[in-house]
Design a protein around this ligand. Structure first.
Ligand code: FAD
Ligand code: SIN
Length: 538
């Protein structure tokens, strides 16, 4: 069955983090009708938790070339140099935009902008709002999209893209040939029903996939939905083996991993081992400010060597200045019983950022006509095999600006048409019947990824992960096709899809590069190549 639908919006965006909101703002400013659908409360995103800040060249002692070199060195030979240059070049302008939108970056006593330093940066260049940069950016963007008349729907979960290929397969007559996006299926959690939305352009701005791992800095929304949707719509995934583990998250018994920003090390704090001695010098000339992959691996090795469950950040070195510079971190540590002015903070690495994703051009377009991707869900070539700290907020605002320009010119040339979309068919088994099984599936998935697809990998471990994930995938999909849709089911279906894509990517890479370190191929291959994993159409 199909239904004629009016495209009420010129652009439909999935996700209300920095990428989705920045993109919406620019397209709405050009006079187009924009809607954002987001699966939880509007501010709930990775963006909202960003601490360290946003990297850009804004001081006299710094220059574009230095930022380019730092980004490429962190990326371990896999960055696309043209993309790096283009994105970083636009940084200072986009920072001005953020200031104009009301983001008030922290400043020094003499009025100059305060610049933080993080791993891999040769200069101080990270603009920040104390240690709550993401919250300040999210707030400013949300208040501005409201003024521009963007419609924002909370608690709407994007399930799948409707493509012309899928519509034809279901017997719906579609004008023209070739594949393109026609709209989306969304689960309206308020009314517990699925709605179909027609749109000539869809932007996926769904963020990362940290929830594929047992321990992560990411909030619960980070379930890789965009990558899974794109894969089911026929797109490959790129460089997904490069999962960035943040070296320093607060070690707690409950399993939550609160981030301790790398900017703490930028202020001279060192990581110390079980004998309270600094140890990073052994691993890299930049010691505690080496790129993240190096620091996370060094911590992993020190913990395995000593048998200690964590290493420590020697924050008492900062004395009374710690709470002033890092109030959010200080408060959160206190809540867990650690006074960082007196006691070094116990830290462990945790899954943090996905360097890979949906391959896009520098204007956010993908290989599927009408589908755009921006932010952490996309793989632009900027990060290569390891993202330089604080380059992701920057990438999101720069790419949103460029993508919005491309979308506006696409909309200008668009010929309006009647759209018929296949109707959603729901299963009849109540989801609650299998909730316990699904929750066990989820635990197994996260544990499998943590144990076998972590900081140090091997072919045997990856193959073991692949076979466990295949079983889980079979069970979850069988259930999906019979059950009524339900949020936990939709998320676990996406998580297993993304986990499988990560493992497939990791198995394809027969070398150690950046964040992908495998005992079976401990060296760099001669040629640096991107990994493309074909779509999982299920
Ligand atoms: P997000 O901000 O994650 O937004 C994704 C949005 O999509 C959310 O609104 C989510 O609800 C929605 N969504 C997802 N799936 C669906 C679906 N199926 N249907 C509907 N909606 C959906 N980077 C830096 O550059 N500097 C930093 O200092 C920094 N600190 C960080 C600290 C932490 C704790 C974390 C977790 C990350 C940090 N990062 C930092 C990384 C950075 O925050 C993210 O990469 C960036 O915010 C991603 O922005 P985004 O807009 O792509 O995605
Ligand atoms: C941090 O503040 O350490 C996180 C920065 C980032 O992920 O870029």
């Amino acid at each position: 069955m199909s239904k004629r639908l009016k495209s009420e919006y010129d652009l439909v965006i999935v996700g209300s983090g920095i990428a989705g909101l920045s993109f919406a703002l620019k397209v709405a400013e050009a006079g187009y009708r924009v809607a954002i659908f987001t699966k939880k409360d509007k501010a709930e995103s990775n963006t909202n938790y960003a601490q360290g800040g946003i990297a850009a060249v804004t001081s006299a002692g710094d220059d574009l070339e230095k930022h380019v070199v730092d980004t490429m060195e962190a990326g371990d030979g896999l960055c696309d140099s043209q993309v790096v240059r283009e994105v970083l070049k636009d940084g200072p302008e986009r920072i001005k935009d953020l200031i104009q939108l009301g983001v008030s970056f922290s400043s020094l006593d003499d009025g100059r902008i305060s610049l933080g330093k993080e791993g891999g940066h040769s200069k101080r260049r990270v603009l920040h709002v104390k240690d709550v940069t993401g919250k300040a950016i999210e707030k400013a963007l949300l208040s501005n999209i409201a003024k521009q008349g963007v419609t924002l729907f909370e608690h709407f979960f994007a399930i799948d893209l409707v493509t012309s290929r899928k519509a034809r397969k279901l017997g719906v007559k579609v004008e023209g040939s070739g594949d393109r996006v026609m709209g989306l299926y969304l689960y309206d959690a308020n009314k517990e029903r699925v709605v179909t939305v027609a749109a000539p352009i869809v932007l996926l701005a769904t963020g990362g996939a940290g929830q594929t791992y047992l321990y992560t800095t990411n909030p619960s929304i980070a379930t890789g939905d965009g990558v899974a949707m794109a894969s089911r719509a026929g797109l490959p995934a790129m460089n997904l083996e490069f999962i960035q583990f943040h070296p320093t998250t607060l070690h707690s018994q409950c399993g939550d991993r609160f981030l301790i920003t790398e900017a703490v090390r930028g202020e001279g704090v060192k990581l110390i081992d079980s004998k309270r001695k600094p140890f990073l010098k052994k691993y890299h000339p930049l010691a505690d400010l080496a790129p993240r992959d190096v620091v996370a691996r060094a911590i992993d090795r020190e913990m395995k060597r000593s048998g200690a469950p964590f290493v420590r950040l020697d924050t008492p070195r900062m004395k009374g200045s710690f709470p002033k510079r890092f109030p959010n971190v200080y408060e959160n540590c206190l809540k867990q019983g650690v006074d960082a002015v007196i006691d070094p903070i116990p830290v462990v690495p945790a899954a943090h950022y996905s360097c890979g994703g949906i391959p896009t051009e520098i204007d956010c377009s993908t290989k599927l006509k009408g589908l755009f991707a921006c932010g952490e869900v996309a793989c632009t070539g900027l990060h290569g095999a390891n993202r330089l700290a604080s380059n992701s907020l920057l990438e999101a605002v720069v790419m949103a600006h460029r993508g919005a320009e491309a979308v506006c010119s696409f909309l200008q040339d668009r010929k309006k048409e009647k759209v018929f979309l296949p109707e959603w068919v729901d299963g009849d088994v109540p989801a609650s019947d299998e909730r316990v099984v699904l929750s066990h599936n989820l635990d197994e998935l996260k544990r499998t990824m943590w144990d076998y697809v972590g900081i140090v990998r091997s072919t045997k471990r990856l193959e073991r992960a692949r076979s466990r994930l295949r079983n889980l995938e079979r069970e979850i999909n069988e259930y999906y096709w019979n059950a009524k849709v339900d949020l936990s089911l939709l998320e676990v279906r996406n998580l297993v899809c993304v986990a499988e894509l990560i493992v497939r990517s990791a198995l394809k890479r027969k070398e150690s590069r950046g964040l992908h370190y495998t005992l079976d191929y401990p060296h760099l291959a001669e040629e640096a190549e991107n990994t493309l994993v074909p779509p999982l159409r299920r």
